[in-house]
Write a protein that binds this ligand. Structure first.
Ligand SMILES: Nc1ncnc2c1ncn2[C@@H]1O[C@H](COP(=O)(O)OP(=O)(O)OP(=O)(O)O)[C@@H](O)[C@H]1O
Length: 582
């Protein structure tokens, strides 16, 4: 099992999550009771919805045979409420079914097929959206003849653009995924691809939208009945509210009962929709609040007097089904002042995620489920963005993997560096410029003045990396995190950049945390190495010890793969020097 496949949260189905959610239980239970009342209306009431009796005109609650009293026409309020539930349920089912059928079908077609088809469907649904909904239903009254089902079917069509857009956007997002391409290449028919790969993605959002569609269909049906649009013989909360409103001073309960029940139903549907969203899409768990606990003892192979201490760090990402997938599992490492520590491992082993967690640069969807990251004993996890920015600007600096993509093509190199130096050092623009020119010279740029005025596309990859290193060390950080700083460069430049990093590290005494997949780079400049695999640390030791006798078979495999001559050096690497000194 790879790190990517490792689920951190126990696998819980959406149904089980729903059953554990009190909001879902209460609203779902309430709606179920209401539906049951509607279904058994004939059994639960002694009268039909439209049966009237002179004796029951404005009868009070508790009148024999009329538990909630009678309305101004002598009809049983309890019976009318029960039959109104049926009308609401039919409205909700008809409108939602039509909206889903039309919206999902055209959403799949518009999202999956060519731009031309998407253009046509887009145009049609935009047109539908321009129709004034309720007004149209009133105007069409002579056609629908007040039939609730026909009216709600038309309303379903008017609701369908929202479903169309939801599905289309999801499908557009998914159709370019590599697994969909793979399915196409393997010859799967379009129908099967849509069902197997695409519908799975849109299923959750559709279920959630259904709850909201039902709520709005019930509300609109009641609104139309309140306005008197529709058959007067069809019991409805809207017509009951309208009648009760006219009789408000005689008996306010004639108004209150249907209003309350309608309110309960629509509110329950909205709240149930929210609970469904949490269950199906997964509410984002909050990162664990890390308490400033006692300092932990270093583990074997770790140095003392640490500048940076990462303890038991776990990072996870929510999957579409809502569960968390762990990509870093219980990583611990330390970096002492002035030490260079390599984090090595294969692609996807969690090196960058660990480094980004230290920098506080994990993507918004990442969840730190446990652990601690301390700089000089100060917990970094849980710090606000402002405090983190201060830490990043002063104590920790970063050198990225792709120098070119980290420079803005719209600004000159100098302008970008000056801005950063000013922000982190709090000096004037003139001082910042002088500092930048000195730094450019220090990182080995031949003509700092010229490079200062260049745009990123006018300099080479190696120069761009030097520029970024200059920017990173400008604030004299205590810790420099370099994420594969040489990977994007050619072999000769790689060696020069490593030389530069080592020289800067020795001069300034800063610590370096170097993320790399290349053990040649580790041998070159690292004092210690942390070997990662599948999101976990498999071995931590001094570079010398690891090269002399790797403890873990995975480390041995990595070591065997370094003899590719990719790092050309003129001076002896750390491992060799240390070996001679021993
Ligand atoms: N935004 C994200 N959403 C979900 N999973 C992610 C995200 N970013 C990274 N991952 C997962 O985290 C795992 C570890 O990624 P990381 O970038 O730390 O690997 P790495 O060891 O640095 O490899 P590489 O050298 O290829 O960058 C990856 O397998 C990836 O699947």
């Amino acid at each position: 099992m790879t790190a990517e496949q490792k689920p951190v949260a126990p696998r819980r189905s959406a149904a089980r999550r729903l059953l554990k959610d009190p909001q879902a239980l209460i609203t779902g239970g309430l709606l179920l009771v209401i539906v049951v009342l509607g279904v058994f209306a004939p059994l639960l009431s002694g009268h039909g919805a439209n049966d009237s009796s002179l004796d029951a005109v404005n009868a009070g609650a508790g009148t024999p045979g009329y538990p909630l009293g009678g309305d101004h026409s002598g009809r049983d309020i309890w019976a009318r409420l029960l039959y109104s539930i049926r009308t609401s349920a039919v409205s909700a089912v008809v409108a939602t079914t039509v909206a889903l059928l039309v919206g999902v079908t055209f959403g799949l077609v518009g999202g999956y097929f060519s731009r031309r088809i998407r253009g046509i469907t887009e145009w049609v649904f935009s047109l539908v959206m321009t129709f004034p909904g309720i007004l149209l239903l009133i105007v069409l009254m002579p056609v629908t003849k007040g039939d609730v089902r026909v009216t709600m079917a038309i309303f379903g069509v008017l609701l369908s653009p929202s479903i169309y857009r939801l599905v289309r956007n999801l499908v557009v997002g998914v159709r370019n995924e590599l697994y969909v391409d793979a399915a196409r290449v393997s010859g799967l028919p379009v129908r099967r691809i849509l069902r197997r790969h695409v519908l799975v993605v849109v299923r959750g959002p559709i279920i959630i939208a259904t709850a909201f569609l039902m709520g709005s269909a019930i509300g609109v049906q009641a609104g139309l009945a309140f306005l008197g649009v529709g058959s007067s013989t069809v019991p409805s909360f809207g017509s009951m509210i309208s009648d009760g409103f006219r009789n408000l001073y005689v008996d306010p309960w004639q108004f209150a009962w249907p209003a309350l029940l309608l309110g309960f139903i629509t509110a329950s549907l909205v709240l149930l929709g929210n609970a469904l969203r949490d269950a199906l899409e997964g509410s984002r768990p909050k990162p664990v609040k890390i308490a400033a606990g006692p300092r932990q003892e270093p583990e074997a192979g770790e140095s003392t007097g640490d500048l940076l201490t990462v303890r038991d760090l776990a990072i996870a990402y929510p999957t579409p089904s809502g569960e968390l997938r762990e990509v870093v599992s219980g990583v611990s490492l330390t970096v002492a002042a002035s030490e260079t520590v390599g984090v090595a491992g294969e692609s996807g082993s969690g090196k960058t995620q660990t480094a980004f967690a230290v920098l506080g640069l994990l993507p918004a969807e990442a969840v730190v489920t446990k652990g601690s990251i301390r700089l000089h004993g100060r917990e970094l996890l849980g710090l606000g963005e402002r405090e983190l920015r201060r830490v990043r600007g002063h104590s920790i600096a970063y050198v990225p993997q792709e120098p070119m993509s980290n420079l803005d093509p719209s600004f000159t190199v100098g302008a970008q560096l000056v801005e950063g130096v000013q922000a982190s050092c709090g000096i004037s623009r003139r001082e910042a410029k002088e500092r930048v020119l000195a730094l450019l010279a220090r990182v080995g740029i031949q003509d700092p003045e010229r490079t200062f005025g260049c745009y990123p596309h006018e300099i080479s990859g190696g120069m761009a990396q030097r520029v970024l290193i200059a920017g990173a060390v400008a604030s004299e950080p205590e810790l420099l995190i370099a994420d594969e700083p040489t990977t994007a460069l050619d072999v000769t430049v790689q060696a020069e950049i490593l030389d530069l990093l080592r020289d800067l590290q020795r001069e300034s005494g800063m610590a370096v945390l170097l993320v790399t997949h290349n053990f040649g780079v580790v041998a070159d400049i690292c004092d210690r190495v942390v070997v990662m695999r599948q999101g976990a640390v498999v071995e931590t030791d001094t570079t010398l010890n690891v090269f002399r006798g790797p403890a873990h078979p995975y480390t041995r495999t990595l070591l065997e793969s370094i003899l590719d001559g990719s790092t050309v050096r003129t001076d002896p690497p750390v491992a060799a020097t240390a070996g001679r000194e021993q």
